[in-house]
Design a protein around this ligand. Structure first.
Ligand code: PHE
Length: 484
């Protein structure tokens, strides 16, 4: 980005703004290859296992209905506003998670801590995310061999147990998935991700449209629809609200600096708001489609909506078993799932590596494999947790979570919302008007639509922090304690 925008110096005054401008003009940095490059890559980050694997199974565990409503509210009023702020921070500073805060608030500032939480979350999330992606890889191989499905629920459950329950196998496939991710991220951001996302995202959508058409023909479609959209309160609790909030961060890839880092490669004339809205809508559509495919299958074949992480792995092959060309269907589906996971994993690894590259001056060639290796090690307990009842059994007895669950719970329900809280307070309170003037300068939609800008800023200032804090206190039982 060059210092070439004439009127900037007239509109922007004050020391803080000078600092911002210096930051913005400072360096030449990689940019997306095309206008749609950022949208594709960010959508690739957002759409992943979170939509197809995690959302349906936590919807099942939390009873459907009300959980889905709370999730949608969190997406629209918490996740989306934070995403806009996060991308803006990246583009303003041309830095990654920690560096953005350091640039804007000073070398010693505690605000950097927000970025650190994000980087830490990247390590933790990718460690178990890659284990699940490894399961999906194994399913690709099984499908390719034509051994997928007998069309019997018990056999499908056994198949999953054999895949996830084989410790050494799960570790090996986790390592394989991480190796591919490392290979792509070493090559730099723009190239691989843009190309992959351009082809695969539409394919994934087409696949889901076809599957939805099939689900509509099933006897259990009505029941499935009712489960997802009926106002079911059965299994809903304070922790469900926290889970819905956490998942809204997880699925949009916000609250850990992934969108910030991708935003840092954004060109100054790209439209942040339009992109954020498009990504959010796409992500939500895929998540809902996944539910509308999986739950009719669940009810038609008498499977359990509450079965947890195995849901997509048992139900999808069940459905395919009944279709002509079942091998091709299964192969295509799990391949697309692996690619969706890959474009998300790339963004997770990019956040962790970008910290060492941007802040500590490491080379990409050193930072990426090193982060990858740490993540591989960190993922081993999760890979083993699903396989052996003795590994981490003491912990599971004590807190009801094994390693896999614990990593997922802590990262998506606590770390992402905490980092998101930091981002919203920083953007709306700390930057406030500075950000607005910068917005005018760089000419994004919110800068032009002054009214929309005010709404966004107020939501980020009041609603977002209040919602996050109240939901966290609620989940900790603080209100019950006060009441009684
Ligand atoms: N959004 C991704 C998914 O839904 C996961 C992810 C979380 C990616 C956080 C990057 C950052 O699968």
């Amino acid at each position: 980005m060059g210092p070439d925008s004439g009127p900037r110096s007239r509109v922007l005054t004050g020391a803080g703004l000078d600092r911002l401008i210096a930051v913005m003009a400072e360096e030449q940095r990689g940019e997306w290859g095309s206008k749609i490059g950022f949208i594709l890559a960010a959508a690739g980050s957002a759409v992943g296992l979170g939509n197809v694997w995690k959302f349906p199974y936590i919807t099942g565990e939390n009873g459907g209905g009300l959980f889905v409503v709370v999730y949608l509210v969190c997406i629209a009023f918490v996740g989306l506003p934070i995403m806009i702020g996060e991308v803006m921070l990246g583009r303003m500073t041309k830095r990654s998670a920690v560096g953005a805060f350091r640039k804007l608030s000073g070398e010693r500032s505690l605000w950097q801590g927000v970025g650190w939480i994000g980087v830490a979350a990247g390590f933790v999330i990718l460690s178990y995310y890659s284990v699940v992606a490894g399961w999906a890889l194994q399913y690709v191989v099984i499908a390719a061999k034509g051994e997928m499905s007998s069309g019997d629920p018990a056999a499908m459950a056994e198949r999953f147990a054999a895949v996830a329950g084989n410790g050494p196998g799960a570790i090996a496939w986790h390592v394989a998935f991480m190796a591919v991710t490392v290979g792509i991220v070493i090559g730099g951001v723009a190239k691989g991700v843009e190309v992959a996302a351009r082809v695969l995202m539409p394919l994934l959508l087409i696949m889901f449209v076809a599957l939805l058409g099939y689900a509509m023909t099933l006897d259990g479609f009505g029941e499935g629809l009712n489960f997802v959209f009926g106002l079911n309160t059965d299994k809903f609790s304070a922790s469900s609200v926290l889970e819905a909030l956490g998942h809204s961060f997880f699925t949009l890839s916000v609250g850990m600096g992934a969108m910030l880092t991708y935003g840092s490669y954004l060109r100054k004339d790209d439209d942040i708001v339009g992109a954020a809205v498009a990504i959010t809508v796409l992500d939500t559509v895929v998540a809902l489609m996944a539910c509308l495919v999986l739950f009719p299958i669940t009810f038609t074949y008498g499977m359990e909506p509450t079965q947890g992480p195995s849901l997509v792995f048992t139900n999808i092959p069940m459905a395919f078993a009944r279709l002509p060309g079942s091998t091709v269907w299964a192969l295509t589906f799990f391949l697309l799932l692996v690619f969706a996971a890959l474009t998300s994993a790339i963004s997770l690894l990019e956040v962790t590596a970008a910290y060492f590259i941007d802040e500590l001056g490491w080379s990409r060639k050193l930072a990426v494999p090193l982060c990858g290796a740490v993540i591989v090690l960190l993922g081993i307990p999760s890979a083993l947790a699903a396989s052996s009842h003795t590994f981490g059994a003491g912990m599971e007895e004590a807190i009801g979570l094994n390693w896999f669950d614990l990593f997922d719970y802590v990262s998506s329900n606590w770390m992402l919302p905490l980092c998101g809280l930091g981002i919203s307070v920083f953007v709306a309170w700390r930057l406030g008007d500075e950000a607005r003037r910068v917005q005018f300068e760089i000419g994004s939609t919110l800068g032009k639509l002054a009214g929309a800008y005010v709404v966004w800023l107020q939501v980020l200032r009041w609603l977002v922090p209040a919602a996050i804090i109240v939901i966290m206190l609620h989940a900790l039982g603080v209100f019950e304690a006060l009441a009684g």
